[in-house]
Design a protein around this ligand. Structure first.
Ligand SMILES: [Zn+2]
Length: 163
């Protein structure tokens, strides 16, 4: 199933510590973010109903080899939550990432850092397609952004620590 080698994940079972939350597109509220990381981070994930959470595909030893689970591609971006004034991890489904044009932006600019995005859904229902619109960001705001996030470490904290 994997076109690329699976990412290695740590499962340390530690209590969850505070940290950036995942920002999803919502159907009833537009959300604004400024990308902090030069690159996106893409992962195959599964929804495991028994633990009620998404976890990444771990390849050869993954539960998807022995039980029927859905698989989907997600793109994660270390970002600044403009309204919440805090760091976050923007999550895009494969459709939203594909439609966003951000891959082309990355290729042309050499980095995604400093790109402003507005997340929305159309139509405005929970299952609406994720739309990503570019927002203009002043240079002074880009200059004052925090450092890029360790997106993989933050996802491990969210996915693998005990609640
Ligand atoms: Zn898997």
């Amino acid at each position: 199933m994997n076109a690329r080698p699976p990412i290695r994940w740590d499962d340390n079972g530690q209590p969850r510590r505070p940290g950036p939350k995942i920002m999803h597109a919502k159907h009833d509220e537009k959300r604004e973010a400024i990308i902090l990381n030069p690159d996106s981070f893409g992962v195959y994930i599964h929804w495991f109903a028994d633990v009620r959470r998404n976890q990444p595909c771990t390849g050869q030893h993954c539960r998807c080899n022995s039980e029927p689970v859905n698989v989907s591609w997600r793109t994660y971006l270390g970002a600044w939550d403009v309204r919440g004034k805090k760091t976050c991890i923007v999550e895009l489904p494969s459709q939203g990432w594909g439609d966003s044009g951000l891959l082309k932006v990355r290729q042309e600019r050499g980095t995604l850092r400093g790109i402003g995005i507005e997340l929305d859904r159309f139509p405005r229902v929970k299952t609406g397609r994720v739309t990503v619109r570019r927002l203009r960001v002043d240079d002074a705001i880009v200059a004052a952004l925090p450092q890029p996030l360790d997106v993989k470490a933050e996802l491990e904290r969210i996915w693998y620590s005990r609640l």
